[in-house]
Write a protein that binds this ligand. Sequence first.
Ligand SMILES: Cc1cc2nc3c(=O)[nH]c(=O)nc-3n(C[C@H](O)[C@H](O)[C@H](O)COP(=O)(O)OP(=O)(O)OC[C@H]3O[C@@H](n4cnc5c(N)ncnc54)[C@H](O)[C@@H]3O)c2cc1C
Length: 476
Amino acid sequence: MDEYTPFLDALTALLGCEGVLNDPADHERYVQDWAGDRLGMPLAVARPSSTAQVADTVKLCREHGVRMVPQGGHTGLVRGAMPDPEHAELVISLERMDRIRRIDPLNFSITVDAGCILENVKRAAEAEDCYFPLSLGAQGSCQIGGNIATNAGGLNVLRYGMMRQLVMGLEVVLPDGRIWDGMRALHKDNRGYSLAQLFIGSEGTLGIVTGAVLKLSPRPEKSQTALLAVPSVKAAMQLYALARRQCSDLLSAFELIPRECIELALKAAPQLSDPLDAAYPHYVLLDLAATGPVDLGEMIEALLTQGMEDGLVLDGVLAASMSQSQRLWQFRESMLEGQQQRGEHLRTDISVPISALADFAEAATQAVGTHSPDATIIAYGHVGDGNLHFNVLPPATLAKEETTNLLHDIELLLFDVVDRFDGSISAEHGIGRVKQAAYLARTSDVERELLTGLKQLFDPDQLMGMGRILADPSAS
Ligand SMILES: Cc1cc2nc3c(=O)[nH]c(=O)nc-3n(C[C@H](O)[C@H](O)[C@H](O)COP(=O)(O)OP(=O)(O)OC[C@H]3O[C@@H](n4cnc5c(N)ncnc54)[C@H](O)[C@@H]3O)c2cc1C
């Protein structure tokens, strides 16, 4: 019997055997960071099946002084959901809370448990001829609660906004076990402070999201996908401006893909073949989508003609069917796999003003190239939002320790370039543990005081999501 036995016994009595995983052999998928770089070690994994059970679990943790970390699909990229390696945190997984509670197509809203997998919410919306626009590579595993806690973005932000714009109401279990019912399905509601917005992006440090009312849109009836070769990042951004102005705000995705990423995708997915006859330095993958009497074919043809006349488009392919469109999007998905296969590498998630993105890319490429000429830069992403994943693959010959040190140095100098452009070191993945030092170094005294004051207000016992976003005061 160790110090935690009474707590674990009480937890099992509360949630039943199905609701508690005590055996480390059952912990594998709750402990491994998505990138596979790190492992956590939980005290146990709690799997409550209702909001009341989440509240009771949290109360029990409070009574016993046990730390807890909420967990969704565990696809986050900043190690926020990964339990502490010291065996001292209870993982509270929302995976058994996966009910679609209600869909109201006339109100364009859907009410869900926070443990619903994003893909399932999208499907449920489609069944009612509606559309939940959040789309990202991890949508088959990530959960709505995780999307809310990280204020996820993804491919359609430029048209529909981030999670912040898609949440109408929330239900949250606070760190003391009380339940805040903010499940409002109102498109307009200006009553005082918005508590819901505080929880969005709070990365499991202020409360556990157990339910949400989400905003839907009409389901697009038609779409057009194009993969276009462009001569430079600057040309890509000029094409973006043209597309925004020419396409009646129907542009829903605009992704920059450098040649290196096409190569990575071709390696990771041998069924793919080079999309164009020749290789080009950069590509843009874009989607237009609409409902109603709009001729998207005509619109995209006009965009291409103008883009070619202006020297912004060198070549391209238009998807003639849904399956061709999916094939083009496979390049975007498979290149992530290609990066994974290269082992430890620098993943960043920066943003700058859209108007500064091309200059930023040039300055950052120069800075990294000067420091480490043998590293491979792959800068891609949701550039329609000013968001670039400026990633760096180390030279393959480097030993593990040298790789880690090199990537750390490159990250520091890259973030300096971000600062010069008044950008953000985290556009959508959040801070978690991975970006904490860089984030805190960039916050003012006033900001830090407000942030720690908020944390203290919501979680005075310092038990939930400790060491994420803000430093853990008890850590040495
Ligand atoms: C292949 C891939 C592609 C991705 N693409 C994108 C992208 O395009 N855009 C983007 O924004 N992100 C992207 N991500 C990262 C993204 O943040 C996550 O995929 C997703 O939003 C996290 O959801 P999750 O359920 O997996 O959360 P988890 O990883 O389980 O948790 C993430 C954080 O939220 C907290 N949390 C989880 N559930 C709750 C809850 N119910 N209540 C309170 N806190 C909670 C955790 O404690 C943790 O701090 C990608 C990740 C992968 C692996």
